[in-house]
Design a binder for this molecule. Sequence first.
Ligand code: SAH
Ligand code: SF4
Ligand code: F3S
Length: 404
Amino acid sequence: MRRFLIETWGCQMNVHDSEKMAGILGPLGYEATADVNRADLILLNTCSVREKAAEKVFSRLGQLRGLKRLNPDLVIAVCGCVAQLEGETIFRRAPYVDLVMSTAARGAGPRAYVTVMEGCNKSCTYCIVPFTRGREVCRSAQEILAEVRDLVARGYPEIEFLGQNVNAYHHGTDELSSLLRMSDRIEGVRRLRFTTSHPGHLDHRTMDAMRDVPSVCNHLHLPAQSGSNRILRLMKRGYTRERYLQKISYLRCNVPRIAFSTDIIVGFPGETEEDFTETVSLLRDVEFDQVYAFAYSARPGTVAAGMTNALPEALKQERLQSILTIQEEIQLRRNTALVGRSFEILLDGRPPKEGPGVRGRTTCNRIVHVPADASTPNTFLTVRITRAHAHSLSGEPLLGSRAA
Ligand code: SAH
Ligand code: SF4
Ligand code: F3S
């Protein structure tokens, strides 16, 4: 038996591609290993969304190089978005690499990902994705639904639709809302999610599907990027702070206990103290349940990379830190309000780092650790929340809770 190891960086697209590759390698006689020293095939699935991405890849390759001396049959492959951008340069700088593949999966856990569309037709001025993933191409609903049926039959109760701009999905007369409604009717589909949604494309049909379709989870990842209208305009995001807030409040009124997460970029070229304050106030107004914050990094070839008013790195880092601190406080407060309440969680079977027990997710996408191991992965468990942390919850099983 040969062994493979895939290291995955970047977004869900890559996570999904890695799963696909693992799924292909199995039948070819490979088994997964977590130990680089025992691997016969090492695959780096790379991301180029932020700066120094290529450097990180070359530095990791440098570390792996020594393994080739010990195992001359070792195959080192690079795929994903850095591979897409750098191409043959990778062979030139790291000749011991055997394979470079551009961007094009299924794995552990109860959640299966289904790519419904590839690419992105937006042109956010900071973003490299349209260069790495190309124009939007949507798959037919028929094809997607067939995949959903197959996944459910293979034991995945939760399905997440993927696309860089997933709510722009359209194929014939089908759109995201109809896809959700049709998938909901497939027997065995217990939870449906979709990511990433663009605030400008989020229409009432999708929002109403979140309200009306039983299996659609009450969580939405809606990247705001900034709270300043001036910066949003410079980013070419195509919405204002006010329109963003309108959508949040429509959803809060219509979808019980909906949770929101977002992406924020701090330190976009020319971002003033005032612009930054607007972003902080957006975080305070919305009170997101989770925030992924990034310091702006110039990506070659993008419009923003040509802007001459870049901010000093130290200022970007300072702003990033302050966002993280503020958000940590908000999250802890919001999670603390959940203590004593009960939730149905879908167990993922992965042992938590914290010690014995199991962990699972609520429909609102919170991680709950449960100190009990009598449960089977991929099943549902009802728990009562006993403790809150900024990034997760602890809970205890409720008696009489059912397994699905
Ligand atoms: N299509 C999605 C995700 C794009 S990439 C969307 O539109 O939201 C994921 C996140 O990385 C983005 O939401 C953004 O917050 C961040 N990001 C993208 N380009 C970046 C850059 N040049 N510098 C810093 N963060 C960036
Ligand atoms: Fe990038 Fe904007 Fe497309 Fe998202 S919507 S992938 S940020 S260009
Ligand atoms: Fe995803 Fe990174 Fe590529 S965010 S699309 S893996 S550049």
